[in-house]
Structures are given as C-alpha cells and as structure tokens.
Design a protein around this ligand. Sequence first.
Ligand code: ZN
Length: 404
Amino acid sequence: MSATDRAPHAPFAVTGARVFDGERVVEGVAVLVADGRVAGLVSPAEAHAPEVVDGRGGTLLPGLIDAHAHPTGDALALAIRFGVTTELDMFTVPERLGDQRERAAARDDLADLRSASTGATVLGGHPSQLIGLSFREQFPVVTGPADAARFVRERVAEGADFIKLLIDDGTATGHPSPTLTEETARIVVATAHEHGLLAVAHATGEQNALSAVRAGADGLMHVPMDRPPEEKAVAEIRDAGVFVVPTLVTMGSMAGDLTGQDVADDPRARPLIPADWHANLCRCWQFGGPGSLRNARDVTAALHRAGVPLLAGTDAADVGVLGTAHGVSLHQELRLLVECGLSPVAALAAATSVPADRFRLADRGRIAPGLQADLLLVDGDPTTDITRTLSVREVWRRGRRLGD
Ligand SMILES: [Zn+2]
C-alpha cells in the first residue's frame, strides 16, 4: 500500500511491551488499534487482531510532539523517522505553511504539524536576521499598537492554530535589536484570546520573558539564558500559570556551548540522518553575549522545581540554522531535561501528554481509547533510561506503520 493511500488499514495489536500512556507506565496490557485509532488497552488474552506486533523487550509510547520547530522541505519526513509524529511550527510564511499542511494531511509517512503561521515581530526584529537563510523575503510585521490586532486577524484568516509573538531586544546574545513593546504585545495576546487561540512568546532574556508574561502570554517558547535563575522571576512565571518550552538544544547552540554531535554520531541515529543535516547538528552558533547553556539549564531546573509545566521542543529549522535537526534533536532535548531534574517519565510526558494538553490537541499525546494511533515502539525502557528513546523499533502515524 502506498503512503498516500488513505484507505483504512488492518487492525493490529501490540503485545508484550511496557506501555507509557503519556502520563505513567502501564504494565501487562496489549494495545489494540483499528481504523487509525487506539481501540483499547486490553489484557493480553483479549488481544485478538489480524496482525500482532511482538513488543517484548520494548516500550510503546505515544508519538512524540516537538513543541517548537520550523518544518520546511523534508523536515516532517526526517522527524517521523525518530518517532516525532507532530511538530508545532512556531514561525513560517503562508505559502510554505500551505504546502507542509497539505502533505502532512495526505501522507502517513510524514509528521503532522500545527502552526502559528508568521509570528508577530517588528521590522528588523528577530528573526529578521534569517531573511536570506530561512526566509526569501521580508515577512509581514507589526508596526505598533495600532495595527497589532490587524496582524493577528490576518494570521487567523490564514488558519493559524495559535499566535506567536517575539519579544527579544538581543540582551542574551549581545546583538541589540528592535522589538515589540509590552503594550503592543498585550494587544497581540488579547486579540489571539478573542479568537480563542493561545498566544505564545519567543524571549531569550529574563526581562523579555517577564514582559511576555505581563502581556498575558500563555507560554514561553525558550528558557531565558542571559543570567542565572532569580527567585522573583521564577515565581512570577509560575504564578502567571504559563508553560515553558526550554529548547535547551537551541539555547546551547546560540550560546556556542552545545552541538548535537553526540546524538548525530550515535549508531542508532546516524544512518537515518542525511549528510547535510548531520553536518548541521555537529555545528553551533557563536553569538556572544551573556547567554549560556549553564544559565539555560539552571533556569530550567529552577522552573521545574517551582512546578512550572515544561514542554520538550527543539527549535529545529533549516540546514544553516545550526545545532539541530528535526526528530533527532528532540531526543537530545529529552536527555537535557532529565539532566535538569525531570524524571524520565516527566520528560516523556513533556513530549506527549503535556504539549497535547497545553496546545489543546485532544486527539493525541496519549495512548487511550479513541485517540489517534500515533505510536512509537522503542527497545528497552526509556521510563528509567531516557537515552533509550533513540532505540526506535517502529513508528506508526494514524495507525500506519512507517515503511509499510
Ligand atoms: Zn523558533
């Protein structure tokens, strides 16, 4: 059957595997799949299906969600090889969004996506430095409070699933740049909320992150890295009820402190990574400024101790945006989250049920009856050893096995 054939596929059961259901480990169950959905978690004796997948020695997980990515070109095909079945696109341009969406809807051998479309920023503000690299030409911007609502309405009309705003004066990277004022940001957020959409913010420095929180943003799409954690700032983020997507792999790359070489050269990953992406993973930026991976990790750890919900995301974009690659970088991010104090189970939830809940993706992120059968089977037990997520045995999207 071809990957583009959307005819229903045969029901199957996965037996003998440990099951991580998105929140916790469930032992001694088989998972039944029919019509592209999870039909039930049953006792092994009840696992009657035309096809039985022997999961012994492995762990079955919900397909992973990368809560911060920028899929273009072949990104969604690369992501799904590593068990990432959904990417949340945090900045794109409309023509690219349409293309990625159509392909993801038609094919089960690509990850799915949700998108902010174009994020709200000012002329010359982040990510304008990527014009010529990730973007061919100037994208729409917000000129001030008077046209902030118009900007959001245009994104809603394009079919944005959530609204992204960018507050970055360049403090963390030592490159001063113009940015949204808190007043304009507040209008962007309020307009998103009027349309029933989340508003999530890019910020890489503490003051910018707090501006986003004060403007009412629902989530921070990076962890601030310009200074060590400050109790007051952590408390303000916690009290506002926002979630944080640390994107440690990208913060580390921006600071010049981290590449993806370890995962890139892992024998389980290397054969799946095209040469240009492999080279991209093995490099990093060198922006300068006070930003550091150490600060990013320490702030992430402090946020976790304070009870702030953390989501796994990579900020993987194009070849040329250094230090990341789609799919594989999420596995590196999960390890970094565990190093920041999350248990392996909490890290896995940060890539499954937590992003599903926060981004209102009610049809995925868990293994539960009625949910989409986006599944990942790995060798070993990533609920006790997070490095096992990279031991991918099988991936299914909407109940279809990758490679069939
Ligand atoms: Zn991004």
